[in-house]
Design a protein around this ligand. Structure first.
Ligand code: ADP
Length: 494
């Protein structure tokens, strides 16, 4: 089931939120990267141009200035400032070139001479703030300076060099080139970076909704499947992506949850089915005595005069039927009590002594069944004696009913950490087709069904639910002609 989202809601979806977040992050990163790259390239270009200026200076200074200053120093008496000025002006003319303008300043930053580049004779005088010249003499010049001059103003990259006579600073040389070429290179670089970034952003804007959508598809499928589950289709599952990432794990967990729900509903459905069956069976069982009683009452009502014998027989029959009904209702109550999960009230019971006493009370001999006992001593179980007595009574009564007159062989023992009460009767046994069903509610073997006085089919079901409430179990074994054996297993008291 595909849910269509309105355009506004669609952009609020996780898919678009992630896409926008990703694009926003990418834009910020591109701006940071582009800005950083631009500043680094600019600095690199300025530095390499400043290095060119410094190299030019060194070449001219060694070839020209050294010899001129040496010649000046040889003059006696020392030459006046005018000769020095002439020398420095000539030096500035040597320093300048096609691109480079050169100037010489005194140690206070005052302007002595300025020689524009030969290719740009109209270059305005380039002058830095006087503090830069003073600082250059005192602390050494910076690698380069940027200043603007002229009208309209143009920017110049300037390099300063302190001119020394021996070790004594006598003036400052200044070499400048316009930054126009560098600016053009940088502008080109900026445009390339901008176009590249826009292209990357465009590609990301086109691809990221697809990529994010693909990654989130299992979530969409899960939401559709959850809807189907809510609508009652418990068999729906999602395809678990091969990648075991968070979404893969979620899909896996989702399927486990769906399987759990499916199982829980299946259990509920089966339990409801069992409950329906139980109510139908119970009603059916109750209807038989009720119908019989109604029949007797009908017969009596139709007679004008009832002889005492008929009345006595009818009342006796109705008494029998009502006793049968009471038995059935009591059995049903016992069964529901143990199946409702209310646990029996347990206490330690010494099994041999208790079974001895219970069998004595039952007095099977007087009911026509010879009986043998072999009871292992010292076994203690945790049990509800009244409930356990019900098990023994049901087993004994079955043996009396289905193996009348046959010997009942009772034993109790412990085996593999469990205690057991076992009854073997030497009767006809249980037919193979009945054996797997004897513990089912209302199940009666074929022979029992024919018997008018047969039980309700609840005796063994009650025995089983009592033992299960004790964390125990019951099993039946039989081979035709060899009698039947019932073993009730109980946990030993700690
Ligand atoms: P009921 O005795 O009321 O029919 P039970 O639940 O006690 O119901 O027993 C279920 C069925 O198991 C009986 O109908 C009978 O067919 C079979 N059964 C039980 N005990 C014996 C036994 N000792 N020998 C042969 N068959 C038995």
């Amino acid at each position: 089931m595909k849910r269509w989202l309105s355009p506004l809601t669609r952009f609020h979806s996780l898919r678009w939120r992630l896409t926008f977040l990703y694009l926003g992050l990418l834009s910020v990163l591109l701006v940071l990267l582009g800005g950083g790259q631009y500043l680094a390239a600019r600095e690199l270009l300025f530095r390499s141009n400043a290095d060119v200026l410094a190299n030019d200076y060194r070449a001219v200074a060694t070839s020209f200035l050294k010899t001129r200053l040496a010649a000046l120093n040889r003059l006696t008496p020392p030459t006046p400032a005018a000769r020095l000025q002439q020398t420095l002006t000539a030096f500035a003319q040597e320093l300048r070139s096609r691109q480079i303008s050169a100037g010489v300043f005194d140690l206070n930053g005052r302007y002595l001479t300025f020689q524009p580049a030969t290719l740009a004779p109209d270059t305005p005088a380039i002058v830095l703030p006087p503090s830069d010249y003073v600082a250059a003499v005192e602390q050494g010049p910076r690698r380069y300076y940027l200043t603007s001059a002229g009208d309209p103003p143009a920017t110049y990259l300037t390099s300063l060099e302190v001119i020394r006579n021996g070790t004594r600073p006598i003036a400052i040389a200044q070499l400048s080139i316009p930054t126009a070429d560098i600016d053009r290179t940088l502008a080109f670089d900026r445009e390339i970076a901008l176009a590249g970034s826009l292209l990357v952003l465009l590609l990301a804007a086109l691809l990221s909704p697809l990529v994010v959508g693909h990654a989130l598809r299992p979530l969409e499928q899960m939401s559709a499947t959850a809807g189907a589950l809510a609508a009652g289709d418990y068999k729906q599952r999602v395809t678990v992506p091969r990648t075991r990432d968070e979404i893969g794990n979620l899909a896996f967990a989702f399927n486990q949850m769906a399987a759990g729900i499916d199982q829980a509903f299946e259990v509920r459905r089966r339990s409801e089915e069992r409950m329906r069956q139980f109510v139908a069976d119970a009603s059916h069982e109750l209807r038989t005595p009720l119908t019989a009683i109604a029949g007797y009452l009908d017969v009596l009502a139709r007679r004008d005069e009832i002889d005492p014998l008929t009345l006595h027989d009818a009342l006796e029959a109705m008494k029998r039927e009502s006793a049968r009904m009471t038995r059935l209702v009591n059995d049903l109550l016992t069964l529901t009590r143990f199946e409702s999960g209310r646990g029996p009230s347990l206490r330690p019971v010494p099994l041999d002594a208790w079974l001895n006493e219970t069998l004595d009370e039952l007095d099977l001999q007087s009911q026509g069944s010879p009986e043998r006992r072999s009871l292992q001593r010292g076994i203690v179980v945790h049990a509800d004696p009244d409930a356990l007595k019900q098990v023994v009574i049901n087993l004994a009564q079955n043996a009396l009913k289905y193996a009348p007159g046959a010997e009942q062989d009772w034993s109790c023992f412990s085996e593999n950490g469990r205690a057991a009460i076992r009854l073997h009767d030497a009767g006809p046994g249980i037919p193979a087709q009945d054996l797997p069903h004897v513990f089912e509610r209302f199940y009666r073997g074929e022979k029992a069904r024919d018997r008018s006085a047969g039980g309700s089919g609840l005796g063994l079901a009650i025995a089983r639910s009592i033992l299960e409430a004790h964390q125990g179990s019951i099993q039946a074994e039989s081979s035709p002609g060899r009698g039947a054996t019932f073993t009730a297993w109980l946990p030993l008291a700690a």
